[in-house]
Design a protein around this ligand. Sequence first.
Ligand SMILES: C[S@@+](CC[C@H](N)C(=O)[O-])C[C@H]1O[C@@H](n2cnc3c(N)ncnc32)[C@H](O)[C@@H]1O
Length: 300
Amino acid sequence: MSGRGPGRRPRPAAHADHLLAVDLGAREHYADAALYDHEYRRRRADVRWYRDLARRVLGGPGAILELGCGSGRVTVALARDGHRVTALDQSAPMLAALEARRARLPPSVRERIEPVRGDLRDFALRRRFPLVIAPFNVLEHLYTRVELAACLRAVRRHLAPGGVLAFDVQLPDPGWLARDPARRWARTRFTHPTTGQRTWYSTSHHYDPVSQIAIIHLYYEPERGGREQVVLLSQRKYFPAELEALLAHAGFRVVEHGGDFAGAPLGPGAESQVVVCTVAPRSSTGSRRGGRRAPARPRR
Ligand SMILES: C[S@@+](CC[C@H](N)C(=O)[O-])C[C@H]1O[C@@H](n2cnc3c(N)ncnc32)[C@H](O)[C@@H]1O
């Protein structure tokens, strides 16, 4: 079978290539933690928001499970605020960067961070937390409905009664999704923190409207010549109504669904979807009740 059209399946080889690209795209962007930290060094508003949320939900120092902690951008700020953070990630380079960051912290802060190597889609920590967070597009690494459901089941197993799940993912931008995959975008020049070379950066991407997965290519081209490095990043795009339905299906009740980290409502042009949810209470018939309500303060 080949080609596209109603009833046609993708060719097996093309499908295998797609799956490989998706898998590589969950890892390659995180292989160079120094580069990651350099690229996102100015991203601060989300860190402030997660710190405020922890204060709001926990009322004082408490225990937090952070999924997809990376090199600890958010983790360290929360630990400095007095919280104990169990920080889970699958990437060895990102966890090594977190360890290096931890080593530079005062002992009292360092001890509040517990790094854990694990997979979002299936983890068992044998503990419950009043707050579970997944900052900065982590859930976009769950590529199918089954993967998202598995992660949300694991989250529910780890939430204390009345506990809160908070995360942010991007608001899909139809203009960006439809861009010509043959073109390169966002061309800028910077000094690469790992190679020390002046480097041209650009991106291209291909979005598949059926799987809702964008395969992004990040290009790093040394200015003075040499091999161009191509890094894959794959992201599952979640549309807002779909996301609320998936969360409801997994037994969560959305209590906040904002458009940025400064409190703007979700609307056209928003970059992020900032989501806070709790486990939906069971009705007398045993089904979960939908609708929205204010977040209750969980028991610590
Ligand atoms: C965009 S980064 C966000 C890192 C960090 N939360 C931050 O705000 O800087 C996404 C993180 O999710 C991790 N990740 C991706 N897929 C994962 C999986 N299946 N299980 C655990 N971690 C995963 C990556 O290794 C990476 O560190």
